[in-house]
Write a protein that binds this ligand. Structure first.
Ligand SMILES: [Zn+2]
Length: 706
């Protein structure tokens, strides 16, 4: 969830790396209108990939993944590589074909084709971008240079926030905006209303830990960050000595902001971020900003009240603005302009940005080919225009129908699970069932497509295209304030290999991009599909009932529907999970540990989700006159195939650098734990592979919430 409403996503994707260094999994070819002969190979689950020389009861992850991991090292331009990575490449190829066709300027193009096609052409025009040099950024640098007094800051902040993708997003760790984040979002106490919300500033590094931790590795990264900022300022035309001093200013300001940011574990509890304030209170909290002018500049409708996720941050930032001279704030804004535009500019900027953010921070060896970066950019900025073509080409109605069937079976499984719980009182059970029945299932793509007609896209200025579409998205979110909630909206694009639960809409969302092999495989039987995508479906449903989701009711209001004793029972079970997942990460350097308090919601969803998927499979098999322990044609039982397919969908080689980043910033556990911890909590797994007490995959104090 987050400071915002959404995004209990399923995968290991760091927003920081979005266009640079992310990727997912891979397997078999989907039945579709895509010409697969021209596509990268999707992979399909094959139980023979299990390494029978290993003991499934020692590490089921190794047993299931060892052969695949050995045969599939991480490509130089990736930070991890898993069984879903081929799917990512496959999806991107489908999108690339669409974009190449749309980029041929002819009169017959639709308005949507013109936008995605010209955006693509401008992004792919490397020589044009090279020739333009600093020119596309110069107007922004000039604008910052022209600021005369701190009174000018308000409008400068509003302007700057329009320029960058994702400015409306409040992430797990921080917002995505300089100074502070602003957007329109559902009210926590009354989900039928949209109100203005303010969040803490985004930092350049993944979260506050990078600025305030004092271990050697953190100090080394911060020092390399200093060098990087300096190099970027030189590229932007500053003399060496000024660039060095300016880098120091950026680090000083961001470190001061880091110190007063709310940390990501505190941020997980919606009560901590639900701070309702009037405009008068905000003016008092942060008087250096002229709030009337700001709200006018971002075209914000008037809001009944505002939610301020972290009042302490804004209060402290106000002091910070007063403490530093205007010249320092110009440096800070110049850094934002240069840093956030770097991936869009000439090779020198792209390379230096890659070298620090992808190579040093995440361990990526080489940048992805330009076409892949451009596909990511179009998907991010004009995703629903591009997504329509993806759905037409790659998501047949049969895939949607079969997914819906599985979703219903899994929802029925949770209903039975709730009824059977020994620790929950009938009163809370009734409420839980009401919430479950209130979940809306959204499968594949939105019921209507976003209208981008007001976004101006040309063929010759990539920086401007990104600013235009970012500005459109930012203002679109702000304009929601005071309007009725649009329940049909998605916050992931159709080709995304991910899924989410939205606690304030009470919806589960599965984009077409993940309803492909190896997650959903139309060529495979139910045991395989429930093990892979079924577990993902169960996972998202359980998010409605994890340590965050359980605090929202069926209508998406932050309202306590638990009896005191049931809540206590829940917390004890949740603590079992968070204790279990606080553990060392093998091969990621000494002292690198997962924080079970950060990952508790995702771990609860993993553990609960697989139970639901297995139960739904059992029921489905029963309807076919079969049982879990019957053997299929390949000699494995359905139960075994279920667990093997589940583990297989998670097999991933992960670079140690990115592992180190993820444990501090990502609420998901690393893949090895998403298999071994989950299975070692499950007697149903131990039964499948004959594991005995005392073996690693049989946990003495197993955890179970759902
Ligand atoms: Zn999740």
């Amino acid at each position: 969830m987050l400071a915002l409403s959404v995004l209990c996503s399923q995968f290991l994707l760091s927003p920081l790396l979005s266009a640079q260094a992310r990727s997912a999994y891979a397997l078999p070819a989907a039945a579709s209108t895509v010409d697969d002969s021209k596509q990268p190979q999707l992979q399909h689950f094959d139980p023979d990939l299990a390494d029978k020389s290993l003991d499934p009861c020692d590490s089921f992850y190794k047993y299931s993944c060892n052969k695949w991991l050995t045969a599939n090292p991480i490509p130089a331009d990736q930070v991890y590589w898993g069984t879903g990575s081929g799917l990512e490449l496959w999806n991107e190829n489908v999108l690339r074909e669409t974009l190449e066709a749309a980029s041929k300027s002819d009169a017959s193009r639709t308005a949507a084709q013109q936008k995605i096609g010209d955006y693509w052409a401008a992004c792919m025009d490397e020589s044009g971008i090279e020739a333009a040099g600093l020119k596309p950024l110069q107007p922004e640098l000039d604008r910052i240079a022209a600021l005369k007094s701190k009174k000018d800051l308000t409008l400068a902040i509003a302007h700057l926030q329009h320029l960058f993708p994702g400015a409306w997003e409040f992430g797990d760790n921080q917002s995505n905006s300089p100074f502070f984040g602003f957007t329109g979002q559902q009210d926590y106490d009354d989900a039928s209303k949209v109100v203005g919300q303010l969040d803490q500033a985004g930092l350049s590094l993944p979260n506050r830990d990078y600025y305030i931790n004092t271990d050697d590795k953190s100090k080394e990264i911060l020092s390399k960050f200093h060098t990087h900022i300096q190099k970027m300022f030189v590229l932007a035309g500053e003399p060496e000595s000024q660039a060095a001093a300016d880098a120091g200013v950026v680090i000083e300001i961001e470190t001061a902001m880091a110190q007063v940011q709310m940390d990501n574990v505190t941020r997980r509890d919606p009560k901590n971020i639900n701070n309702k304030m009037s405009l008068a209170q905000i003016r008092e909290l942060m008087p250096t900003v002229d709030w009337d002018a700001y709200l006018k500049a971002v075209k914000a409708p008037s809001s009944e009240h505002y939610i301020v996720t972290s009042p302490n941050f804004l209060r402290a930032e106000d002091k910070l603005i007063n403490m530093h001279p205007l010249e320092h704030w110009k440096v800070y804004m110049r850094w934002w302009a240069v840093h956030r535009s770097a991936p869009l500019m000439s090779k020198a900027f792209v390379d230096e940005n890659f070298d620090f953010f992808a190579h040093t921070l995440a361990g990526q060896q080489e940048n992805q080919p330009r076409w892949r970066r451009c596909v990511h950019n179009v998907d991010r900025d004009l995703g629903e225009a591009l997504g329509q073509a993806y759905v037409d080409r790659a998501f047949p109605p049969e895939s949607r129908a079969r997914t819906i069937q599985m979703v219903h079976a899994i929802e029925t499984a949770l209903s039975a699970d709730i009824q059977s719980l020994s620790w929950m009182s009938p009163a809370t059970k009734d409420q839980a069932i009401v919430k479950l029945k209130g979940i809306e299932d959204k499968i594949g793509y939105p019921s209507h497509w976003r209208d981008y007609s007001s976004v101006k896209i040309g063929r010759d200025n990539f920086v401007s295209n990104v600013a235009q579409s970012s500005s459109f998205e930012f203002e679109r979110w702000v304009a929601k304030i005071g309007q009725p909630v649009d329940r049909s909206e998605w916050t992931m694009t159709p080709p995304t290999i991910n899924a989410y639960y939205d606690p304030q809409l009470n919806t589960i969302n599965f984009p077409a991009g993940i309803l492909q092999p190896p997650f959903f495989d139309p060529t495979k039987d139910d045991a395989v599909n429930y093990g892979a995508i079924g577990m993902v479906i169960g996972h998202e449903i359980i998010h409605g009932f994890d340590d965050q989701g359980r605090k929202f009711d069926a209508h998406g209001n932050l309202r306590d529907w638990w009896t005191e004793n049931d809540a206590k029972q829940y917390d004890e079970r949740g603590k079992c999970i968070s204790d279990e997942y606080t553990q060392e990460v093998p091969d990621a350097g000494t002292g690198v540990k997962q924080n079970g308090l950060l990952t508790q919601g995702e771990d609860t969803a993993d553990n609960g989700g697989i139970h639901l998927a297995l139960y739904a499979l059992e029921t489905t098999l029963k309807q076919q006159g079969k049982s879990l322990d019957d053997k299929g044609p390949d000699g494995w039982t359905y139960r075994q195939r279920f667990f093997l397919a589940n583990a297989y969908s998670w097999c991933s080689n992960v670079r140690p650098e990115i592992a180190r980043m993820l444990v501090s910033t990502d609420p998901h556990s690393l893949p090895v734990f998403r298999i071994d911890n989950v299975m070692s909590n499950m007697s149903e797994f131990q039964q499948a592979f004959g594991c005995k007490a005392g073996q690693r995959m049989v946990r003495a104090n197993a955890c179970r919430v759902w």
